[in-house]
Write a protein that binds this ligand. Structure first.
Ligand SMILES: [Zn+2]
Length: 304
């Protein structure tokens, strides 16, 4: 099962005709994780033809509007579409008060349960785990409390080597489970077949780190070390470093430095200030430091 990232929006602050605020859909191990939910996210999900009824977990980095104002509308639409299953929201403390106030004042009856996981920690912590995926926080440095999120597939099962297995009629289908987990197989005459003979190594597990919004924060490098893909905000170019610091953001140069220090596979930049019409200037600044840097393409479903 492949992992896909669809960037639904990647601009900062005000939505415009051609750009939407931050939101991403991560499809990992058949789970649908929505990351941030700026205004208009549900429209972007529709444009991307995403099966958004499958979203059971939403991760919000911080409570600035361009990262969460899409939530009330999305949740109201879930209800209108007949949703019954619970929805988990991971977000900074305050999210429950914000949403429940809106639902109360507008007399919105959700019809399904919203389970809030309010975050307050300042160290990276595991906040979600099932049999195939783990999610960790990445504490960031913004104007208000803010986390990035690290999504990691757990190690996968080994792949059966059916050609080899077919040579041993003693191995039955009910034994496959143990073989996939790496166990050797003992034949009735006592001969031990090594697992490496009967199986091939598992497919690599994929990891993705989302980091928006933040000032340059070197401490995140060890947390995201070696991820396949890093999304890091780059609101400004480095000549506006002072402005970046003042507003709690990073520059393209700094995003590239983080990518390089963390030795990630690829870097996607985003959260660009609307002052930059031509986004290639961000690539020009980042690429000399980290070659595998890319610009996001809205609504494109990219395999990680
Ligand atoms: Zn912000």
């Amino acid at each position: 099962m492949k992992t896909y990232l669809t960037i639904l929006g990647f601009n900062s602050a005000i939505p415009t005709v051609n750009s939407s605020p931050t939101s991403q859909l991560l499809e990992m191990a058949e789970r649908y994780f929505l990351i941030d939910c700026g205004e208009g996210t549900q429209v972007q999900l529709r444009k991307a033809k995403a099966k958004f009824a499958k979203i059971d977990h939403i991760f919000i980095s911080h409570l600035h509007g361009d990262h969460c104002f899409g939530l009330p509308g999305l949740i109201a639409s879930f209800r209108l579409l007949g949703r019954e299953k619970p929805l988990h929201i991971f977000a900074p403390k305050g999210i429950k008060q914000m949403l429940e106030t809106i639902f109360e004042v507008t007399q919105t009856h959700k019809g399904f349960e919203v389970i809030y996981h309010e975050l307050e920690g300042h160290q990276s912590e595991k906040i979600f785990e099932d049999n195939r995926v783990e999610v960790y926080t990445i504490p960031l440095n913004h104007r208000i409390y803010c986390n990035g999120y690290l999504f990691r597939e757990k190690p996968k099962d080994r792949a059966l080597n059916m050609e080899e297995i077919a040579k041993y009629p003693e191995i039955e289908v009910c034994d496959y489970h143990h073989l996939k987990k790496g166990k050797d197989f003992t034949l009735s005459d006592g001969y031990v077949l090594k697992n490496e003979v009967l199986t091939n190594p598992p497919k690599p597990s994929v990891s993705y780190a989302f980091c928006s919004d933040t000032r340059y924060k070197e401490e995140i490098a060890p947390i995201i070390k070696g991820v396949d893909l890093l999304y890091h905000e780059a609101t400004f170019l480095h000549d506006l470093k002072e402005m970046a610091d003042y507003t709690g953001h990073a520059t393209a140069q700094e995003a590239a430095q983080i990518a390089q220090k963390a030795n990630v596979g690829k870097l996607i930049l985003g959260h660009f200030s609307n002052r930059y019409k031509d986004k290639t200037v961000f690539l020009d600044e980042a690429k000399p430091i980290f070659k595998e840097t890319y610009l996001p393409k809205a609504l494109e479903r990219v395999e990680i």
